[in-house]
Unconditional design. Structure first.
Length: 247
């Protein structure tokens, strides 16, 4: 699915940008933009299409799809269960732990295709916000705009810039390893692996067109990364000092 990928890329970029200039309680309130057109542009999506000269007709199906994906994301609870064995005075003991994290604590958004409506925003939970800014790598919206029709290319682009952000030297990943990370939708058969290889080879070509400096290459056993600079360095993200309205 394309839209969830673009939404998460947008959300990550906004979180990192706002964290650079605002206290956390303000930074985790992410504005959705002043209009649908602005929001769709930030996602890298053309909103509607032009007909009869310069008259724009709103694509209702597109709005509905984005609306559904945002609603699902903001209502998501991430659960982590862990079981491990530890040493105790009486021998081995089994310890279980559980953590639930909500993505958003509050959201307000609207979907009419004009600009005379109230401010829209999502307030991310403090835990999810910290996960975004601590573990995520920012992405280039220009690159994403070039890749927006190719979900696997977006996945490969995100994977590559994340790996490049911390690897040293060159990184080689086998087809089986890459499939376990990006190709779980393909059957676990020899034909499934062949189909995945074919799609990845095409996706690499698409990524290299959008991001020539990526340094993604093929080798006999899979894919290798020879680039050493992420698509966007965190320090290079422009800071937007505008504060959201206070509620």
């Amino acid at each position: 699915m394309l839209y969830p990928r673009l939404i998460m890329c947008w959300l990550t970029k906004e979180a990192i940008q706002r964290n650079a200039s605002l206290p956390i309680d303000q930074a985790r309130v992410i504005p959705r933009g002043n209009s649908l057109n602005q929001f769709f542009a930030e996602l890298g999506i053309s909103h509607g299409k032009y007909v009869s000269g310069q008259t724009k007709r709103v694509d209702g199906r597109q709005i509905k799809a984005i609306q559904e994906h945002l609603h699902r994301l903001f209502n998501t609870v991430i659960s982590i269960d862990q079981t491990r064995e530890v040493d105790s005075k009486r021998g081995k003991a089994t310890v279980q732990s559980m953590m639930n994290t909500v993505v958003a604590t509050e959201a307000f958004y609207w979907w009419e295709a004009h600009d005379e409506l109230p401010y829209a925003y999502v307030e991310l939970s403090a835990e999810f916000f910290r996960e975004l800014i601590d573990g995520a790598v920012p992405l280039d919206t220009v690159h994403l705009a070039h890749l927006k029709r190719y979900p696997l290319a977006i996945d490969l682009y995100c994977w590559a810039t994340y790996r490049i952000s911390y690897h040293k030297g060159d990184t080689r990943v086998t087809w089986e390893q890459l499939k376990a990370q990006l190709g779980t939708g393909y059957p676990t058969t020899a034909q499934g692996l062949r189909d995945f290889k074919k799609k990845v080879k095409k996706a690499i070509s698409q990524v290299k067109k959008a991001w020539p400096e990526a340094g993604i290459e093929l080798w006999t056993g899979g894919v290798k990364l020879v680039g050493h600079t992420p698509a966007v360095m965190k320090k290079d993200i422009p800071i937007n000092p505008d504060l959201p309205p206070q509620f």
